[in-house]
Design a protein. Structure first.
Ligand SMILES: NC(=O)c1ccc[n+]([C@@H]2O[C@H](COP(=O)([O-])OP(=O)(O)OC[C@H]3O[C@@H](n4cnc5c(N)ncnc54)[C@H](OP(=O)(O)O)[C@@H]3O)[C@@H](O)[C@H]2O)c1
Length: 293
């Protein structure tokens, strides 16, 4: 059944996600802070454009957000212009932003005061996953709200899972980022070791990607890492934001994260030499001999 939905935040991820909603037949209203992006989206897709988040939320049964960090979510969800101000009893707010679990719990409580359901729903799969509609979505919230939004999220995702109560989606995304951080460093070290050993790295990758060392990062980033190509993908600035959330949650729950903490510092160095918008696979650049780095 088509729904009246709103999508707030037409960035690398949100733009194609909102496009999939429109292609699936939902009546979509978009809001983007930089208006020209929303204008471009409405020129390409069937859908309306709103001037403010509150206007986007008016009449929507589901409002999706995919912005930057905690404070950006608060800016579009709350306040005079916030979507929640217009959302009606029984509607549902979904946050696809990678944010803190605290924010998810806060939004769940505030939404509930408005009679609105809330699902935290960070995603994995990157720009290509969003464009191809094959994202993985990890959700926190009530089963009833989750079941209502799950088929709609299916427009742009191939796996949509309820993990637990509000905040569980964000906590799962933290596990995801911990698993990626150490792995990308290990992949960088392996490739640089192989290069210095004089091996044919294409052959090495073809071979070991089929064995126990194989990974999404190896299959999708190995070749570009060897070619020093980083101007695409998931930005180091976003990864540092995510690892900041992870490390502060770990301070609270006591989880030891020695490798993740170290890799966070390596990403800081990538930022310091101007690689903030580079893909996270740029960790390998730190291992290249001077004078390149
Ligand atoms: N890119 C990935 O591969 C990827 C993968 C998984 C998860 N994520 C997460 O998904 C979220 C979005 O990532 P992205 O890559 O799509 O980011 P992005 O391309 O930088 O887009 C961010 C979007 O949020 C809007 N925005 C940011 N702050 C805002 C504010 N204060 N008020 C209103 N709008 C605001 C931006 O509007 P403007 O156009 O006006 O700047 C833009 O539409 C982030 O939390 C990121 O960590 C990203």
């Amino acid at each position: 059944m088509p729904d009246d939905v709103a999508f707030i935040g037409l960035g690398v991820m949100g733009y194609p996600m909102a496009g999939h909603l429109a292609a699936a037949g939902h009546r979509v209203t978009v809001f983007n802070r930089t208006k020209s992006v929303a204008q471009r989206w409405t020129a390409e897709h069937a859908g309306e454009m709103a001037e403010t988040p509150v206007q986007a939320g008016t009449g929507a049964s589901i409002v999706f957000m995919c912005v930057g960090a905690d404070e950006d979510v608060r800016a579009v969800a709350y306040g005079d212009d916030g979507a929640l101000g217009a959302m009606s009893d029984g509607s549902i707010l979904v946050d696809h932003t990678t944010a803190s679990a605290d924010l998810a719990r806060e939004l769940a409580a505030v939404s509930s005061e408005h009679g609105v359901g809330f699902v935290d729903a960070p995603v994995s799969g990157g720009e290509a996953g969003a464009q191809n509609g094959v994202l993985t979505v990890m959700c926190g919230g009530d089963a009833e709200h989750f079941e209502r939004v799950r088929p709609v999220m299916g427009s742009y995702a191939r796996a949509v899972t309820l993990i637990g109560p509000a905040g569980s989606g964000q906590l799962t995304k933290m596990v995801n980022q911990i698993c990626i951080a150490g792995l990308v460093q290990a992949l960088s070290e392996g490739l640089e070791f192989g290069r210095r050993a004089g091996l044919d790295l294409d052959t090495v990758l073809d071979t070991i990607s089929q064995g126990a060392a194989g990974s999404w990062q190896m299959s999708n980033r190995g070749t570009t890492m060897m070619a020093d190509e980083f101007e695409f993908g998931f930005a180091v600035d976003w990864m540092r934001k995510d690892l900041g959330i992870v490390l502060s949650e770990a301070q609270r729950n006591g989880a030891p994260l020695p490798v993740t903490s170290l890799v966070d510092q390596f990403y800081k160095r990538v930022q310091e030499f101007g690689g903030g918008r580079w893909d996270t696979s740029s960790l390998i650049a730190l291992l290249r001999p001077p004078p390149q780095r």
